[in-house]
Design a protein around this ligand. Structure first.
Ligand code: PLP
Length: 406
């Protein structure tokens, strides 16, 4: 049974107050809180098990290396990946997507070649492709969602033309919570011989993932949204694609031999991991992923679906609340504006006074906000520890906003 009270007790920060009120943390889309097991693992790593990895022959270096390298297999298991050698450690999704842009895409794109993107994307899955547009004349082909935020896989597949070299698409919008049928997109793209990069930053947090079932080529995750430390993350890269990649960052660890006039590289995945990595961060992410697998991602998804349905039922009565994105089966992420003149920043300030933490602004998704004709929204994003009572607290605080600003 999914015991949310017991789960909440695993997260020390959830028992604190903010502005004299119990914290209602609804900013999980930006970053999630950390369970005690992760905090303790970080402390343990620094207090008793810390040294640099890979290069030492002493006890602590071997211990740190064993723990750090062990995380690759945990990530592979979490993502349903057949082989842990297909996991490249990164500092987060942003680095993962930039790696693909520099190491895989840049060398194979000619002027006029195309990348197909959706308007749902986070800037992390837009700007690395703009670099190729600016520097190499690559054309970005945008696919719009439906007004409710749904992304039709057929529209994405139809946008793939003879010059398309990559499809880059999110599995879940960080603004609307839209869940994208990335497996259908991958099937269509594969028929046309085009690789697919999936931004799993939000998708992997809220439901079970299997890259084998999705059938993508690249799948990026970011540890801090997965209840792990900041600066941790990974990207799963299909072996075939990894073999096509040139190194991105140069330095220690990614090389085999360095001479005055030549250099040879380490085998993948280390070929793509230059310099001292986020050792403790990745160890912490491994513990976070084990924690999630212990809860069962299917159970997390069911709990959050209940919160979504409950929130939608409570929002129904608020005819002054405009939701951006109401796609069926979406995640428990709600972007909204209020009728009247209240700016998102004012709304979030009032909510904060009530202890309710939400995000206000563009959510690093300016093309999507432009699609909805708004310059800023508030976003309440739920996580595995949130409750129906917290939905009620949000609604109460919104009613106060309406009174103040109407
Ligand atoms: N993609 C999506 C959908 C996101 O929500 C985020 C973070 O908000 C990112 C990418 C970037 O993640 P990070 O900043 O951890 O690299």
């Amino acid at each position: 049974m999914y015991d949310v009270a017991k789960i909440r007790a695993d997260f020390p920060i959830l028992s604190r107050e903010v502005n004299g009120k119990p914290l209602v943390y609804l900013d999980n889309g930006a970053s999630a809180q950390k369970p005690r097991v992760v905090i303790e693992a970080i402390t343990q790593a620094y207090e008793m098990e810390y040294a640099n990895v890979h290069r030492g022959l002493h006890h602590l270096s071997n211990l740190a290396t064993e723990k750090y390298e062990g995380v690759r297999a945990i990530v592979a298991r979490f993502l349903g990946a057949p082989d842990s050698e297909e996991i490249v450690f990164t500092s987060g999704t942003t680095e993962g997507i930039n790696l693909v842009s520099y190491a895989w895409a840049a060398p194979r794109m000619q002027p006029g070649d195309e990348i197909v993107l959706s308007v749902l994307e986070h800037h992390a899955n837009i700007v690395p492709w703009h670099f190729l547009r600016e520097r190499q004349g690559v054309v970005l082909k945008w696919v719009e969602p439906e007004p409710d935020g749904t992304l039709d896989p057929e529209k994405v597949i139809a946008a793939i033309g003879p010059r398309t070299k990559l499809v880059a698409v999110t599995q879940m919008s960080n603004v609307t919570g839209t869940l994208v049928d990335v497996a259908a997109i991958c099937r269509g793209a594969r028929e046309k011989g085009v690789p697919v990069l999936v931004d799993g930053s939000q998708g992997a947090v809220h439901r079970p993932v299997s890259v084998a079932e999705i059938g993508c080529d690249f799948y990026a995750i970011t540890g801090h949204k997965l209840y792990g430390p900041t600066g941790s993350g990974a990207i799963w890269i299909a072996k075939e694609r990894m073999a096509e990649m040139r190194p991105f960052l140069g330095g220690g660890d990614m090389i085999r031999d360095v001479y005055r006039d030549a250099v040879t590289y380490n085998d993948p995945p280390m070929k793509f991991e230059a310099g001292t990595p986020g050792i403790v961060q990745q160890i912490g992410m491994g513990v976070a992923l084990e924690y999630l697998m212990g809860l069962g991602m299917g159970n997390v998804a069911a709990h959050e679906a209940d919160l979504r349905d409950y929130a939608l039922s409570r929002f129904k009565g608020l005819n002054w609340l405009n939701l951006q994105g109401t796609a069926p089966g979406k995640g428990a992420i709600f972007s909204f504006t209020l009728e009247g003149a209240a700016h998102a920043h004012d709304i979030s300030t009032v909510l904060d006074k009530k202890g309710v933490a939400v995000r206000a602004g563009t959510h690093c998704a300016m093309p999507l906000l432009e699609f909805y004709g708004v310059t800023a929204t508030c976003r309440a994003s739920f996580g595995l520890y949130n409750t129906r009572a917290e939905v009620d607290s949000l609604v109460e605080a919104l009613e106060l906003c309406h009174e103040l600003f109407a």
